[in-house]
Design a protein around this ligand. Structure first.
Ligand SMILES: *[C@@H]1O[C@H](CO)[C@@H](O)[C@H](O)[C@H]1NC(C)=O
Ligand SMILES: *[C@@H]1O[C@H](CO)[C@@H](O)[C@H](O)[C@H]1NC(C)=O
Ligand SMILES: *[C@@H]1O[C@H](CO)[C@@H](O)[C@H](O)[C@H]1NC(C)=O
Ligand SMILES: *[C@@H]1O[C@H](CO)[C@@H](O)[C@H](O)[C@H]1NC(C)=O
Ligand SMILES: *[C@@H]1O[C@H](CO)[C@@H](O)[C@H](O)[C@H]1NC(C)=O
Ligand SMILES: *[C@@H]1O[C@H](CO)[C@@H](O)[C@H](O)[C@H]1NC(C)=O
Ligand SMILES: *[C@@H]1O[C@H](CO)[C@@H](O)[C@H](O)[C@H]1NC(C)=O
Ligand SMILES: *[C@@H]1O[C@H](CO)[C@@H](O)[C@H](O)[C@H]1NC(C)=O
Ligand SMILES: *[C@@H]1O[C@H](CO)[C@@H](O)[C@H](O)[C@H]1NC(C)=O
Ligand SMILES: *[C@@H]1O[C@H](CO)[C@@H](O)[C@H](O)[C@H]1NC(C)=O
Length: 708
């Protein structure tokens, strides 16, 4: 298949010979000009290669891209054409979204007649659900290992993502792209209908509409292999070029009471941790809308942080509360394993034995009958003192749910935890804690880690005709529901921290509304514009952010990816104080008062009255962010089974285009004619050169002689 693609790739070079083309145009009615036109596809998402300690997954094209005749596969009945009967392989399959299944992909994988796949969105999303993640996500990297509840490992007991096909973790030897723009899909379909549609069962006539998908990958085999190649490059090459990068971005955390980061917290300082994850994924690169799987918890936790900061006695609580946002959790818990590692190694101001308890929010937007499920860890609860603390925590949760529209439900004690960052903490210490979700057993989310995990899937529906600013403040059903959960979380954390008057603690539905809009619909809104750092304003876009963790370019410092920069902006806005500092005072922390306790953010500010300039200001906050790279890379344990080893291959270019190809015979004729013309022109040049004196100078002479 790859060979065929390359063979076709050589010919256009010959074809570009002007003379050959001109001759050919004369020979076959002048359609060669049309044939040369490439139409680039401008809105696609590729599947790329990722690697872990032992495997490579994802997709790649051959070096110059793979080409094939387009065939639209919209129904099962269209499959035999591309797999068996079609006369012009290899085929580029334009695949209808609902056929993008494990079954079809495995057939394509085995067939030498398929050179690549361009997938269309299924509209509406598949009602039966769609997830290409594993049925047992993050297996092997959570708490349930041979030393801690091995009876629960491999999701024994509860399969969390039964709809998961696992295709995101398969290795494909051809390119797979997602077509993100319906209008472009229409352009391709039109080309197909005009040129490729098999008429009356007979073979379609050349020229045919073809597609080229270009996504060659530099890294192969595994992280061990690519990191070794990276380090050889780094030590011996003058112009080092890595072949793969680690999946890395920033963890974000903040505390209600400021923490002195220049040394360890005193051993008797106790901290209640509230956690949520910051990232998601899908089969395709940098495509992860993650509405339910990530944003539901993220936004809820931000709203709870705001509510607690507003409580009058929040600074006087006996225990501190830490809000943490973990990055790269989808890829075997990169962020949480980093924090636990730093806590163990004394590189984090809060230590493991400062942790009083742990509350984690997982997916919470799809509550059935307003039920919120409490999950606990049966292994740590077998310790009497831990169990007492867990029971106390559940009591607080129940008290906090009174008066909210949340029905708190306790899960069976014998059921293990769903995949959660908390599991990384339980791996090293028996900490009392809970994980809150909208599902009792299997996920309520039918689209876990897929491109269909969109705002619509969590009931965020806006009436048509709203302006941007109206939509920003339009309270959806989802906003209402999540603010109830945020109120419950805020009250619970407040009680856990030793507070006793929850009456005034209430999440602000307006904040939740604006966050949902910014995190799921459009980050380029007036609120995000006013609270972001000027350096990061390029992250604002008129479309939803994507929650893919991104790769850290080895040897370069990196700024946070867009969603992380928004979390930092929002958290600072909702929990920080505006201080009267100049730009210089704000940006150089050493000039600021108490630099070890606070971070200072210079933000763009709101528009002035004339709407042309902004009024920037300084915000003082307890939030911090730090690079969350898997400890496996600091330890140079590239084959680690303890820490995440995921890396992303580098590539030179990713591109897709369509064009018309002539028949193979025609290409051969073109080639022969081309060579003939070339030889002819060599001959002519030789002849002209050799006889140049006769052909040119003699004309002058003769004209001269005629003049006389
Ligand atoms: C690497 O990924 C593959 C595919 O998901 C999996 O089978 C394998 O167990 C992983 N290896 C490690 C060390 O986690
Ligand atoms: C697609 O085309 C229609 C009509 O030409 C246009 O209204 C619409 O905005 C286009 N969609 C995109 C995503 O460009
Ligand atoms: C992509 O953009 C180019 C240049 O703007 C345009 O010529 C081309 O038609 C676009 N592709 C499609 C499929 O619309
Ligand atoms: C299909 O067959 C019918 C009748 O046999 C004929 O009129 C028609 O032109 C054919 N269409 C194509 C696309 O060959
Ligand atoms: C932070 O701790 C350092 C050393 O542990 C100490 O010197 C400094 O005064 C502390 N800062 C504040 C504001 O408490
Ligand atoms: C229970 O946990 C506590 C605190 O983690 C620990 O001090 C104690 O030794 C444990 N008890 C047993 C029986 O393991
Ligand atoms: C963001 O929105 C503003 C108007 O509010 C607009 O001027 C600007 O071009 C937009 N930025 C992007 C990247 O679309
Ligand atoms: C947060 O944003 C709002 C709206 O832009 C603004 O009024 C408020 O002053 C900001 N607060 C902080 C602490 O930045
Ligand atoms: C802010 O600080 C400047 C100089 O430090 C001072 O002149 C001004 O009055 C302050 N503004 C407020 C509102 O405190
Ligand atoms: C807009 O207003 C701000 C202060 O309100 C002023 O500094 C700025 O110069 C004004 N810009 C224009 C173009 O008038």
């Amino acid at each position: 298949m790859a060979a065929a693609g390359e063979k076709r790739g050589i010919l256009p070079g010959w074809r570009s010979l002007g003379a050959a083309l001109a001759l050919l145009a004369a020979l076959c009615g002048g359609n060669s000009v049309e044939r040369k036109i490439y139409v680039p596809l401008n809105s696609t998402a590729p599947c790329v290669r990722l690697l872990n300690a032992t495997h490579q997954i994802g997709c790649q094209s051959s070096r110059n891209g793979d080409t094939g005749v387009i065939h639209v596969v919209e129904r099962e009945e269209d499959l035999p054409w591309v797999l068996e009967t079609g006369p012009t392989p290899p085929y580029m399959v334009l695949l209808e979204g609902h056929l993008f299944t494990k079954e079809t992909l495995l057939k394509f994988k085995e067939s030498p007649r398929i050179s690549g796949i361009a997938v269309m969105y299924s509209k509406p999303p598949p009602a039966e659900g769609f997830s290409m993640d594993l049925p047992c996500p993050n297996d092997g990297f959570g708490a349930y290992t041979s030393d801690h509840g091995s009876q629960y490992s491999h999701c024994n007991g509860t399969l969390w993502n039964p709809l998961g096909s696992g295709m995101s973790y398969e290795d494909f030897h051809f390119p797979v792209f997602l077509l993100q723009d319906e209008n472009e899909t229409e352009v391709i379909k039109e080309c197909y209908m005009k040129h490729n549609l098999p008429g009356n069962g007979s073979a379609p006539q050349y020229p045919l509409c073809a597609m080229q998908l270009i996504s060659p990958m530099h890294a192969v085999t595994s992280t061990v292999t690519c990191m070794r190649r990276n380090s050889i490059q780094m030590s011996f090459s003058i112009n080092p070029e890595a072949v793969c990068d680690t999946l890395t971005d920033y963890n974000v955390w903040s505390t209600v009471k400021p923490v002195n980061i220049s040394g360890p917290a005193p051993p008797d300082d106790q901290v209640v941790i509230s956690a949520a994850r910051l990232d998601g994924r899908s089969f395709f690169w940098n495509l992860a809308p993650s509405a339910e799987s990530t944003v539901s918890a993220l936004v809820t936790q931000l709203a709870a942080a705001e509510a607690i900061h507003k409580a009058p006695d929040s600074q006087a609580l006996p225990r501190n509360i830490m809000f943490s946002f973990f990055q790269g959790e989808v890829f075997d818990y990169i962020g949480s394993s980093r924090m636990v590692y730093d806590m163990e190694k004394g590189k984090f101001p809060i230590r493991l034995n400062n942790i009083h308890s742990f509350v984690e929010l997982s997916q919470v937007a799809l509550r059935n009958n307003s039920e919120l499920w409490v999950h606990t860890d049966p292994i740590s609860r077998s310790n009497e003192s831990v169990n007492t603390e867990v029971e106390q925590l559940i009591k607080y949760l129940k008290n906090s749910s009174v008066g909210t529209n949340v029905t708190l439900q306790e899960n069976d004690q014998s059921q293990p935890l769903p995949p959660a960052s908390f599991q990384r903490f339980l791996r090293v210490r028996h900490i009392p804690g809970v994980v809150l979700t909208d599902h009792r057993r299997a996920y309520s989310n039918k689209y876990y880690n897929s491109m269909y995990d969109t705002p619509e899937s969590i009931h965020m529906n806006y009436p048509s005709g709203l302006s941007k600013d109206e939509a920003l403040n339009y309270v959806t059903e989802a906003a209402q529901s999540l603010s109830e959960v945020a109120t419950l979380l805020a009250r619970t954390l407040y009680l856990q921290a030793g507070g006793n008057n929850t009456a005034g603690i209430q999440a602000d539905v307006k904040s939740v509304t604006r966050m949902l809009y910014g995190f799921l619909v459009m980050s380029n809104n007036s609120w995000f514009q006013s609270i972001i750092k000027p350096d990061w304003k390029g992250n604002l876009e008129n479309k939803p952010p994507q929650y893919y963790v991104t790769a850290s370019l080895i040897g370069r410092t990196q700024s946070p990816n867009p969603p992380t920069s928004f979390v930092i902006a929002v958290l600072a806005n909702l929990t920080g104080q505006v201080v009267n500092y100049t730009k210089e005072g704000c940006q150089s922390p050493d000039n600021a008062a108490e630099p070890k306790l606070y971070e200072y953010l210079w933000v763009q500010g709101p528009l002035n009255d004339n709407s042309t300039t902004r009024a920037p200001y300084c915000v003082r906050t307890t939030l911090r962010s730090y690079l969350a790279e898997s400890p496996a890379f600091e330890l140079n344990e590239w084959d680690s089974t303890e820490y995440s080893t995921w890396t992303e291959s580098r590539w030179k270019e990713i591109r897709a285009r369509i064009f018309l190809v002539p028949s193979y015979e025609l290409e051969v004729i073109t080639l022969i004619v081309g060579i003939a013309v070339l030889l002819l022109s060599f001959g002519a040049t030789y002849f002209i050169n050799a006889k140049a004196d006769i052909l040119f100078t003699s004309v002058q002479d003769s004209s001269g002689s005629v003049a006389y």
